[in-house]
Design a protein around this ligand. Structure first.
Ligand SMILES: NC(=O)C1=CN([C@@H]2O[C@H](COP(=O)(O)OP(=O)(O)OC[C@H]3O[C@@H](n4cnc5c(N)ncnc54)[C@H](O)[C@@H]3O)[C@@H](O)[C@H]2O)[C@H](O)CC1
Ligand SMILES: [K+]
Length: 519
């Protein structure tokens, strides 16, 4: 499902009005009536209220006036609190404020602090709150009486139904701008916004419902860059074919490069999860000091011992690696690699010299921090990097706080600049392509917050690359399957104490069940 930025939604609104000729008041009526219907259904147990609509002076408030009128006509006791002067309300909102007045809606104006205190004292004890204060027009941190109104709503015991987006949430980044309504229900229009589906926004919206307000879907066609929420319905269409006459060679051979003393498990997890993701063959190229350990840990995957220095891959391993990647379909570089300078130099040379599809993770990524020129030698759009926020910060040379402030933009900018697919891991992992398209993964849970999970993801990405999937699709599907495997396990064991190895064991079943879903 597509998700929109605030600007993209406003562009769609305006195109519908100007190019299609659907007047703004009709859009607002459709929005308000649709929202009122859902509110009336969900809060039937609170009928007939009293309910209060807390509105701003913009079109989000305009939606609120339509909702107030619609609830009034359904028999609800409704009052509307406008945090502005009467005269400040303009345009389509003005039209609906006048209509609300003519249908005898009770309207209170709170243009200043004193007015707000007086009005709120009349609204205490309401059974239902409707948040129509700010929508996609919020453009800065919420302050003053607006912040007081939000705090008041959150402190009341009544559930809050947010119109379009919880007030205080940035529709484009999902950031909280000072303070934010904690909604029980959010009714949005046409399509979800990015802010609804990324953290911390995800925690603010409550139940998310979408109302069609009459915007033709074809208007989306030309709109770029696209953002896509990846759920099972979307992911299942990415599953690669599995020809019944397929053999090991059909499904590719993945070479995994990594490991160091004390970090053999990372390679083992990546190799095991690759095998469970449908690849034909896996070979793990590791420092010879841990080779025997891997021979014991791994059964199906093959192993190759490489020259080492201090327990990690040494510069002398390049020739052996060059030979090892012959005849392979993809490489996965980094699990357990370590921070040894020779191993890091080896990765930089490999990235420069190898033109196979590549997934680079963990210390493989740290090798590239400050040496990004190597990425430009990769064929555009064939290399996947899978940083967590700290690794992304080192690669982009910005503070990790800045990465987390706008994950989508950081991932997108890096992908665009370096021609790679970026998988920026975390709750609601973001995948970004050099063409600007971004995906937001909806699967996964806090049970994934433990060591080894990234190695498992690396194995899944590598396995799908080796099966011939285009890099962006492989990254999106792998991220979804990885989270869905954790969800499948969490259904039985909860979200604490899950191990990466157990999640890897769910991968085959998750892929099978996804393939059996029907549209
Ligand atoms: N035809 C349409 O565009 C439709 C829009 N819909 C609804 O409209 C809102 C977007 O309305 P907009 O007027 O652009 O802005 P808001 O109502 O979200 O904001 C109100 C107002 O607030 C001011 N403002 C912005 N930031 C702050 C701040 N930090 N502090 C104080 N005031 C602030 C700003 O000047 C705005 O004017 C959209 O969400 C929908 O709910 C209809 O649904 C469909 C048609
Ligand atoms: K709102």
């Amino acid at each position: 499902m597509r998700v929109l930025s605030a600007a993209q939604m406003q562009e769609l609104d305006q195109k519908t009005i100007k190019e299609i000729g659907l007047p703004g008041p009709v859009l607002m009526e459709n929005a308000g009536q649709g929202a009122a219907r859902l509110i009336n259904e969900r809060y039937r147990h609170l009928y007939p209220g009293p309910a209060v609509v807390i509105s701003g002076k913009g079109n989000n408030g305009g939606d609120g006036y339509v909702i107030a009128r619609s609830l009034l006509q359904r028999g609800w006791q409704v009052r509307t609190l406008v945090l502005a002067d009467d005269a400040a309300v303009e345009g389509d909102a003005r039209l609906n404020l006048e209509i609300l007045r003519k249908v005898r809606g009770e309207i209170l104006f709170a243009p200043d602090d004193d007015g707000l205190s007086a009005a709120l004292s009349q609204c205490s004890g309401s059974r239902l709150l409707v948040d129509a204060l700010f929508g996609t027009g919020l453009s800065s941190n919420v302050r003053g009486r607006y912040a007081r109104a939000i705090a008041w709503m959150n402190d009341e015991s009544a559930p809050i139904a947010a119109v379009d987006i919880p007030s205080g949430l940035d529709a484009t980044t999902g950031r909280i701008l000072g303070c934010c309504v904690q909604a029980d229900l959010t009714v949005t229009f046409a399509l979800p916004k990015i802010g609804h589906v990324v953290y911390p926004g995800v925690d603010q919206v409550g139940a998310l419902e979408i109302v069609d307000i009459g915007i033709p879907a074809f208007l989306l066609e030309g709109q770029t860059p696209a953002q896509i929420l990846v759920d099972g319905e979307f992911a299942r269409h990415l599953l690669p074919p599995r020809p019944s006459d397929g053999h090991k060679g059909t499904f590719g051979h993945l070479l995994i490069i990594g490991g160091s003393t004390g970090k053999s498990g990372a390679v083992a997890l990546a190799a095991d999860s690759a095998m469970r993701s449908g690849v034909g063959l896996v070979t793990a190229a590791v420092p010879k000091g841990i080779h025997d350990i891997l021979e014991v840990k791994l059964t199906e995957p093959m192993t190759v011992p490489l020259p080492e220095v201090d327990g990690a891959l040494g510069a002398g391993a390049l020739d052996a690696l060059t030979e090892a990647w012959q005849g392979k379909q993809a490489l996965a570089v980094g699990p357990g690699l370590g921070q040894n300078e020779q191993a890091q130099e080896l990765v930089r040379r490999l990235v420069r010299d190898c033109d196979l599809p590549l997934v680079i993770d963990a210390d493989g990524l740290n090798s590239l921090a400050g040496h990004l020129e190597g990425l430009s030698s990769c064929r555009p759009g064939t290399t996947v990097i899978t940083p967590h926020p700290g690794e992304m910060a080192r690669l982009a040379q910005i503070p990790v706080e800045e990465v987390q402030q706008d994950r989508l933009s950081v991932a997108r900018d890096f992908a665009l600049r370096h021609g790679v697919i970026v998988v920026l891991k975390g709750a609601r992992t973001v995948i970004a392509s050099p063409d600007g398209t971004a995906w937001i993964n909806a699967s996964g849970n806090p049970g994934m917050a433990s060591g080894g999970m990234g190695d498992v993801l690396t194995g899944v990405v590598g396995a799908l690359l080796a099966q011939g999937m285009p890099a962006a699709e492989a990254a999106v599907l792998a991220t979804y399957l990885h989270g869905a495997a954790a969800d499948r396990l969490a259904c039985r064991e909860g979200c604490a104490g899950l191990t990466a190895g157990e999640i890897a064991h769910e991968l085959a079943a998750v892929r099978y069940e996804l393939g059996r879903r029907s549209g």
